[in-house]
Each structure stands twice: as C-alpha cells, then as structure tokens.
Design a protein around this ligand. Structure first.
Ligand SMILES: [Zn+2]
Length: 173
C-alpha cells in the first residue's frame, strides 16, 4: 500500500467528468486500498479518485470514524449513482481535502439511495443518511467535476479560488 498525493484547487483534474470503470483489475484493487490509506492518513471521511489525479469513477468513505476508537467501516463504491433523493434536507459544515482549511455549511438531501458496484464488481444499493448521506453526495460530485464551493455564493467562491491560485504561485516560484 502507498499514500497518494492529494491535489488541490485550481488543478483542472478536479473539474473533469470522470470515466466509468469497466474492469476490476488487481491494479484497481490496489488503488482502492491506497485511497483508503490516503483518506485515513489525511485524515478525511471520504476521497474520490480525481483527488489523487486519476479521473475515474471510484470513491472511498468512512463516515463512522471516531477520535477515540480504531474501529473502521470503510466503504468502497465503483461507478456510484444517486438513484433517489429525499425531500428532507440536512445541513453539514463541509470541507474538502482538495480545498484545505476552508469550510462552509452546505444543504443537501438528507437521505439518498445510491447504486454502485462493490470491490468485487457486484451490484449494490445502499440508503445513505446522516453524515454518510452528505459524504456520498460530496464524493459523487467530485466524479462530475463538482466541488462543494459550487454551492456557495459566487462572491465567496471567487474569493476562495483566488486565495488558492495565489498560494499555488508562491510555491511554484
Ligand atoms: Zn472533496
């Protein structure tokens, strides 16, 4: 297993429409484990493949992590798709490993039903609610090149993007 480098805005890969996965190869299985390791190390509750510079439709999550416990409940989803969303909405303060140290309250459907392939390529469906409901929507957005800052006002978004563009310049000079 290996830790992967997480890319940050304004990297254009984060805006790509990611490709569906056709085959579950040994390389893909290694990638899933690397993504989980990278997510836990960050630490984060979710990670999408484009965030490590690989624009394919693969996400990993663990919304059950607690500070005082090592118990893990990793979830891997290949080609995930939201099949239905509740009318009920919930609000969480979201952050993103690709937009470090920026947080904003985002409102999303409270419960979503997600269809996906598991790591063995078997079709699955899962009702995701609570924190997992928000995390899975945030990660699936990544596969369509959508970031949580797209839900805040343009004024605030432009400010965030500008800040990161400037930070990037300082590093590359
Ligand atoms: Zn994110």
């Amino acid at each position: 297993m290996a830790l992967k480098e997480i890319i940050t805005i304004p990297d254009p890969v984060l805006r790509e429409n990611c490709s569906p996965i056709e085959d579950i190869t040994p390389e893909l299985k290694t990638l899933m484990q690397d993504m989980l390791e990278t997510m836990y190390d960050a630490p984060g509750v979710g990670l999408a493949a484009p965030q490590i510079n690989i624009p394919i439709r693969l996400i990993v999550m663990d919304a059950a992590q607690k500070e005082d416990s090592d118990e893990k409940e990793p979830i891997i989803m290949i080609n995930p798709k939201i099949l239905s969303s509740s009318d009920d909405r919930s609000v969480y303060e979201e952050g993103c490993l690709s937009i470090p140290e920026y947080f904003a309250e985002i409102e999303r459907p409270a419960i979503v039903k997600v269809g996906y392939l598991d790591e063995e390529g078997k079709e699955q469906e899962r009702d995701c609610e609570g924190l997992l409901g928000t995390v899975v929507q945030h990660e699936i957005d990544h596969l369509d090149g959508v970031l949580f800052i797209d839900y805040i006002s343009k004024l605030r978004r432009d400010r965030v993007i500008k800040k990161f563009a400037k930070a990037k310049k300082v590093i590359t000079i």
